[in-house]
Write a protein that binds this ligand. Structure first.
Ligand code: G3H
Length: 248
């Protein structure tokens, strides 16, 4: 499978300047992995224009369940697609926390994304309290069961495992812990999708940076990364893309 380096700019404007984004595409004219940048919605169309002709793709950070209608402030998957996005992050822990998003809502959003022809990047992960209670696999399993969209295939679904306590903290699980959770997710997906689960890309997210990327990308069932802070600097994100390309 093609591995995936995805950058999530979150609510940061021109974090990676547009010329830098264009340069990122030039740095990797034929990368051995897929590269995706998910800027704020206001920058999607501009980013699509900026990276056109390069291997860099652009994605959204959320979408509504409906195609259109009276939903002030929301953006539909179809609108993301129209703007040139090819994927959308769904169920990120910050949305689950800030907006009370449930597994059922994430599933409905993911189904809307698939209907619009987008790749759904569904995020799962335990809080620190859940980890300390030894319930990581129970939590992640329930999130997979509840958030997985109908119609998911290896081509249109990506799962991102992001321990909430590792996001933006500089802390990461041990390599053994990442391996254990990713193997568990693969197994859980197989229950739902059968053999197709083998081709679903499983991203690790949470304090991925140039200094730990190579080690994390060597873990079985880690098929790329969802990168927050380190995607805001072209140089750092470029190094992570290079590490993933080397692991491909
Ligand atoms: O979506 C990205 C994740 O929340 C990871 O963020 P981080 O790399 O800043 O820890």
């Amino acid at each position: 499978m093609r591995k995936l380096a995805a950058g999530n700019w979150k609510m940061n404007g021109l974090a990676l300047s547009l010329p830098e984004a264009r340069d990122l595409g030039r740095m990797f004219p034929s990368p051995a992995c897929d590269i995706l940048i998910c800027p704020p919605a206001t920058l999607i169309a501009q980013m699509v224009w900026t990276v056109q002709g390069s291997p860099v793709k652009v994605g959204g950070q959320d979408c509504h369940t409906k195609v259109s209608g009276a939903h002030t402030g929301d953006i539909s998957a179809a609108m993301l697609k129209d703007a040139g996005a090819s994927a959308v992050i769904l169920g990120h822990s910050e949305r689950r926390t800030d907006h009370g998003e449930t597994d059922a809502l994430v599933k409905a959003k993911a189904e809307a994304a698939l209907a619009a022809g987008l790749i759904a990047i569904v995020c799962v992960g335990e809080t620190e309290a859940q980890r300390d209670a030894g319930t990581t696999l129970d939590v992640v399993g329930a999130q997979i069961d509840g958030s997985l969209p109908e119609g998911a295939t290896a081509a249109n679904l990506v799962i991102a495992y992001e321990p909430v306590w590792a996001i933006g903290t500089g802390r990461t699980p041990t390599i053994a812990e990442i391996a254990k959770v990713h193997a568990f997710i693969r197994d859980r997906l197989t229950r739902h999708m059968g053999a197709d689960a083998a081709g679903v890309r499983l991203l690790y997210g949470g304090s991925v940076k140039p200094s730990n990327a190579t080690e994390i990308f060597a873990v079985p069932n880690v098929d790329g990364a969802l990168v927050g802070g380190a995607s805001l600097k072209a140089e750092d994100f470029g190094k992570i893309v290079a590490a993933l390309s080397a692991a491909a």
